[in-house]
Design a protein around this ligand. Structure first.
Ligand code: AMP
Ligand code: ZN
Length: 113
């Protein structure tokens, strides 16, 4: 499948990996919006949050566990951070493989535009 995050997960495309296990890979966003901007991605192809079901939702719990651990390692656990999923056109999703942004290291605006 012609999916950039599947290719990153299989190392066909290089990325700056900060964490990896059997289920997920986390890497620095190529166009960071904050001093800490990591993408946490299931290795299995799931197109978007619309495709989370009882069969695969365990991966989302695991991603949040990884995010908490990475926030500590990357030094933003105390200062705070944001975990974001963009879904579909109105949500601003540009890559059609489920991913969660971990953003921190500066004060983030709310609400988003
Ligand atoms: P979204 O707009 O939520 O779909 O987020 C997609 C994110 O993927 C954007 O923040 C991009 O900067 C990022 N991105 C796209 N291609 C790559 C890549 N090859 N390596 C790392 N991050 C990427
Ligand atoms: Zn994919």
């Amino acid at each position: 499948m012609d999916c950039i995050f599947c290719k990153i997960a299989s190392k066909e495309i290089p990325s700056k990996v900060v964490f990896e296990d059997e289920q997920v890979i986390a890497f620095h966003d190529i166009s960071p919006e904050a001093p800490v901007h990591v993408l946490i991605v299931p290795k299995a192809h799931i197109a978007s949050a619309n495709d989370i079901t009882g069969d695969n939702s365990h991966i989302v719990a695991h991603i949040f566990e990884v995010a908490a651990s990475l926030a500590g390692r990357l030094g933003v656990a105390e200062s705070g951070f944001r975990i974001v999923n963009n879904c579909g056109n109105d949500g601003g999703q540009t890559v059609g493989h489920l991913h969660f942004h971990l953003l921190g290291g500066r004060s983030l605006q709310w609400p988003p535009g």
